[in-house]
Design a protein around this ligand. Structure first.
Ligand code: ADP
Ligand code: F6P
Length: 323
């Protein structure tokens, strides 16, 4: 193998640039030529592919977003789109590919591998931390710290006005971001898709807190919670209880931006080095994951087959400490 491609795909995540840098620099170290593919599979189909050298990735280790841009691409879901994409890679002699993204992007990589024999290695890049085969995804640590900082700020105003705040955080169908940022921010309750919580239970808990002397409360809600999000649950609480004067904050895409934390930069760097080594070892259809201190190669199918869940013991920690 002499030439490889690197791309970012799906939702962006802080640390993706550190990942691109690591792939480019370690490939160069091993004497491989690297091509950056812009806007994920969309750019691959369009041929938006250009050489990337070690100097092209200078100064990006700490930059949020992705210099390669990212996109979602419906055309690639169909075989003719993938044929076009594979032809663009063949034209440039690109035999290996590192795909930085989520499980959707891995489905695409799996097809490039099985249909066209392109060697593909995945690197998990998403703030949701919902990918099987790895303890952590690139971007999660930054996102939970951003969410925690937002909770801290809202607590100031919540306490000043003796108010209840409902704060919605991202995570798609996973409650990982909510659980960790909620515990770190000292939330009174945390509503996640992994556990059923009724509005009645929530109101009961708010009442107990007030009986115990709480004048303000913060409820963190994962966007994927069955209630339909913070706005819906705040309205129900106002309608069914004495807690009428509540406020809602949806943190939204703030969680996707910003400089990556040291943890995400180092995770991305380690994964990038391992991804290039994997291609050189002739591996394909695998993802780099972290387990404890170790970098592992796991089948791509594990990424979407086994969802990473938070330790259920955290539910109890949140419950005990939020009283
Ligand atoms: P993520 O990688 O963050 O999970 P998406 O689910 O949006 O993001 O997937 C990113 C892109 O991967 C899609 O826009 C599409 O181009 C490609 N993709 C997703 N699923 C498949 C599939 N089953 N077959 C082929 N390509 C896919
Ligand atoms: O997967 C990352 C993520 O930020 C999810 O947490 C969220 O549900 C989704 O992407 C938002 O997607 P978009 O940027 O397309 O609105």
């Amino acid at each position: 193998m002499k030439r490889i491609g690197v791309m970012t795909s799906g939702g962006d995540a802080p640390g993706m640039n550190a990942a691109v840098r690591a792939v480019v620099r370690s490939a160069d170290y091993h004497g491989l030529e690297v091509f950056g593919i812009e806007r994920g599979y969309k750019g691959m189909i369009e041929g938006a592919i250009h050489p990337l050298g070690p100097r092209d990735v200078s100064g990006i280790v700490g930059r949020g977003g992705t210099i390669l841009h990212t996109a979602r691409c419906l055309e690639f879901m169909q075989r003719p789109g993938r044929e076009q994409a594979a032809a663009q890679l063949a034209k440039l002699g690109i035999e290996g590919l590192v795909v930085i993204g989520g499980d959707g992007s891995y489905h695409g990589a799996e097809k490039l591998h099985s249909e066209f024999g392109i060697h593909c290695i995945g690197m998990p890049g998403t703030i949701d931390n919902d990918i099987g085969g790895t303890d952590y995804t690139i971007g999660f640590d930054t996102a939970i710290n951003t969410a925690m900082e937002a909770i801290d700020r809202i607590r100031d105003t919540a306490a000043s006005h003796d108010r209840i705040f409902f704060i919605e955080v991202m995570g798609r169908s996973s409650g990982y971001v909510a659980m960790i940022s909620g515990i770190a921010g000292g939330a009174e309750d945390i509503l996640v898709p992994e556990k059923h919580t009724s509005v009645d239970d929530l109101i009961e808990r708010l009442r107990n807190g007030h009986k115990r002397g709480k004048k303000s409360s913060i409820i963190v809600i994962a966007e994927g919670h069955e209630s339909g999000g913070a706005t819906a649950i705040a309205a129900q609480v106002a309608e069914q209880s004495e807690f009428k004067d509540n406020r809602v904050t949806v943190i939204g895409h703030l969680q996707r931006g910003g400089a990556p934390t040291a943890f995400d930069r180092v995770l991305a760097s380690r994964m990038g080095v391992r991804a290039v080594e994997a291609l050189l070892e002739g591996e394909s259809g695998k993802m780099v994951g972290v387990s404890g201190q170790n970098m592992l190669l796991r089948p791509l199918a594990e990424a979407w087959g086994l969802r990473t869940l938070f330790d259920p013991g955290l539910l109890r920690v949140a419950h005990v400490l939020g009283v």
